[in-house]
Write a protein that binds this ligand. Structure first.
Ligand code: CA
Length: 239
């Protein structure tokens, strides 16, 4: 089956270049130069993946991404964001808004094509199942349930989102600020210590009576989902 890719980009030479290269790879390509127009097209028919520019007329890429994630039909649509901004905080913001990958302009076309291929390959089975799993821990996005060794773990909505956010990027260390941005939303003003409180609650719920802790505290930095969790036993109990 031919994968359909939508390019949302207002720089016409770049759109043409991408269309040419992606069609040469065998993809079916649709394009849009405006955020608002793309939103209308996407409501009619969702492609298999979107390459979405950050700065667009009509509606910004980041806003479109947020809206796509809010709709059940497109909440798992693979999105690669394009941007001229390479700062880490912008990168995190893009990923927190729901982009799956992020590429900074100027980029090489073969690199983008490789990322598209990787994302399509990785997206399909995972996205259909809607489940994140590591070791004996399983998080189901559809039913909003979490279990360890098959037994349900009861989490509050914030702890659920926190775990989901961390599990999406195993091994990646997030600062408290990044977690506030990604889990609580960037317009919310909460003390960073709130993050510690919720991580504490999440740990207590997940680890009741167990030795291994999937959440890693990185001193002076923040938290991450331990990428070795479930792979190397035994894990030491985290501080
Ligand atoms: Ca642009």
């Amino acid at each position: 089956m031919t994968a359909r890719i939508m390019i949302v980009e207002d720089e016409e030479p770049l759109t043409l270049l991408l269309r040419y290269n992606l069609e040469a790879e065998g993809y079916a390509v649709d394009t849009s130069a405006r955020g608002d127009e793309a939103e209308v097209k996407l409501k009619e028919a969702a492609p298999d993946l979107i390459v979405l520019d950050w700065m667009l007329p009509g509606m910004s890429g980041i806003e479109l991404c947020r809206r796509l994630r809010a709709r059940p039909e497109t909440e798992r649509l693979p999105i690669i964001m394009l941007t001229a901004r390479g700062e880490e905080s912008e990168r995190i913001r893009g990923l927190a808004t729901g982009a799956d990958d992020y590429i900074v302009k100027p980029f090489s076309v073969p690199e983008l094509v490789a990322r598209i291929r990787a994302l399509l390959r990785r997206a399909r089975p995972e996205r259909i199942a809607g489940k994140l799993a590591a070791g004996d821990l399983e998080l189901d996005r559809e039913t909003r349930r979490v279990s360890r060794t098959g037994r349900e773990v009861h989490l509050g909505p914030t702890e659920f989102r926190l775990l989901e956010f961390l599990m999406q990027s195993p091994g990646r260390v997030f600062s408290r600020e990044q977690l506030l941005d990604g889990v609580w939303g960037r317009d919310v003003y909460i003390d960073e210590r709130t993050v510690d409180v919720h991580v504490g609650r999440l740990r207590r719920a997940l680890n009741r009576g167990r030795a291994s802790d999937p959440i890693r505290t990185v001193r002076g930095t923040g938290y991450s989902f331990d990428e070795r969790f479930g792979r190397e036993e035994p894990l030491s109990k985290s501080a």
